[in-house]
Design a protein around this ligand. Structure first.
Ligand code: AMP
Length: 201
């Protein structure tokens, strides 16, 4: 195999999920990782907002759920992600953002990837007080300290069991998300490369 082909074979196998609090800079870093590894960034929140903006019946229903701060039902999300990951642009790998959000979604994801599996779950960690300050600084109307607190608590409650699931299987990596955009991007790439042993490819 030529080195380009072997590089490609490695790249094809990249299957990542990423977790991070709102305000952790996940969107920016996902765009950079997607570019760096040539993998597709799949954000379920973006997919749902896209459907809502398009005004499809599904999108409007999803919008109601999102506006209430609730989760879209598992079977709906699993169907959506299953279809999305089978599209051509995901055949070189993907970076899944916003999914899984429940343990049933974790199981469903493993099932739909079988016999492969998620290789690595990234936890882009920015402490609560830092994201709180960042969100308050944005000055958005729905960003009251109370509303932010609720979203952070919900994140903690929902995400902790998922991170445990991945760390129990030695598939989770915590990345310090405090720093400049470039610093955090470099940390992510270093961590992913060494975890997936891509550095010698
Ligand atoms: P996000 O941009 O990832 O915070 O997602 C925005 C909203 O979309 C969430 O608050 C949920 O209402 C919904 N959503 C996104 N991903 C999922 C998921 N995997 N399961 C259930 N609901 C989801």
């Amino acid at each position: 195999m030529t080195s380009a082909a072997s590089e490609n074979a490695k790249v094809q196998s990249i299957r990542l999920v990423i977790f991070g609090r709102q305000g952790a800079g996940k969107g920016t870093q996902c765009a950079r990782l997607s570019e760096h590894y040539q993998i597709t960034h799949v954000s379920t929140g973006d997919m749902l907002r896209g459907a809502a903006d398009a005004g499809t019946p599904f999108g409007l229903q999803a919008k109601e759920i999102m506006d209430r701060g609730e989760l879209v039902p598992d079977d709906v999300m699993i169907g959506l992600v299953n279809e999305r990951l089978h599209e051509d642009d995901c055949s070189h790998g993907f970076l899944l953002d916003g999914f899984p959000r429940t343990l049933d979604q974790v199981d469903a994801l493993e099932e739909l990837l079988a016999p492969a599996s998620v290789q690595l779950a990234l936890n882009l960690d920015v402490p609560e007080d830092v994201v709180m300050d960042r969100m308050l600084a944005r000055g958005r109307e729905d960003d009251t300290p109370d509303a932010i607190r609720k979203r952070l608590d919900l994140y903690e409650a929902q995400t902790a069991p998922l991170l445990h699931w991945y760390s129990d299987r030695d598939l989770a990596l915590r990345i310090d998300g405090v720093g400049t955009e470039d610093e955090v991007a470099q940390r992510l790439v270093n961590a992913i490369d060494s975890f997936l042993q891509l550095e010698n490819s």
